[in-house]
Design a protein around this ligand. Structure first.
Ligand SMILES: Nc1nc2c(ncn2[C@@H]2O[C@H](COP(=O)(O)OP(=O)(O)OP(=O)(O)O)[C@@H](O)[C@H]2O)c(=O)[nH]1
Length: 186
């Protein structure tokens, strides 16, 4: 995944100077998911050139997906060779809901991050665990903002909501209409 932050720099400077609270900053990210393409793909460097941030995502239960990372990292660096700045890069270990099936050791992940100056993160795309946080951390890095512990913890958790089956709900309401008016927040 690659993203480019689309933002208004004046707004950012004002926010930082006047409030000092980075959490108040709104950043729009333009994200391309290029994982499905082969590494030798002709168009790849066009997506990657000039990107401000890159999420290198692998599957913690699949060692091969980790082994491929070095090539992807080299490709990202090479594609941006002539760019003024290199993108901020995060290493994302996905599928932490399957921790019991982990084949890529945590130390391996951490070493790769240290050796290559990457932000380290573990997520579950399935449960949503830490997904928001991984975008937030990368955006913060691009903007030169340091997130505090509270901000990171707040973004880590998934807010769970029941899935409503609307067709059944409608039938139930038609049969038993509510006596008082009700406000539904979705
Ligand atoms: N348990 C679990 N399964 C996941 C998670 N993320 C993806 N999957 C499953 O892994 C499989 C592959 O997911 P994709 O989203 O197609 O993976 P991908 O790497 O983006 O695929 P490409 O873009 O084609 O490279 C699917 O069956 C997903 O349901 C996760 O966090 N936990």
């Amino acid at each position: 995944m690659v993203f480019s932050a689309v933002l208004n720099s004046t707004e950012i400077i004002c926010n930082r100077v006047f409030t000092g609270i980075e959490g108040n900053l709104n950043v729009t990210l333009q994200v391309w998911d290029i994982g499905g393409q082969t590494i030798g793909g002709k168009m790849l460097d066009k997506y990657i050139y000039g990107a401000q941030g890159v999420l290198l995502v692998y599957d913690i239960t699949n060692s091969q997906s980790f082994e491929n990372l070095e090539d992807w990292l080299n490709m990202v660096r090479k594609a941006n060779e002539e760019s003024d700045t290199q993108p901020a890069i995060s290493l994302i270990g996905n599928k932490i809901d399957l921790e019991h099936m982990r084949t890529v050791k945590m130390e391996k992940h951490q070493r790769f991050c240290q050796e290559n100056g990457l932000i380290s993160q573990f997520v579950s795309a399935k449960t949503g665990d830490s997904v928001f946080l991984c975008f937030q951390r990368l955006a913060a890095e691009v903007l030169g903002i340091k997130l505090n512990k509270a901000e990171m913890e707040q973004s880590q958790h998934v807010v769970k909501a029941d899935i409503v089956n609307y067709s059944q709900e409608c039938v139930a309401r038609a049969v038993n209409p509510p006596r008082s008016s009700m406000c539904v927040i979705q």
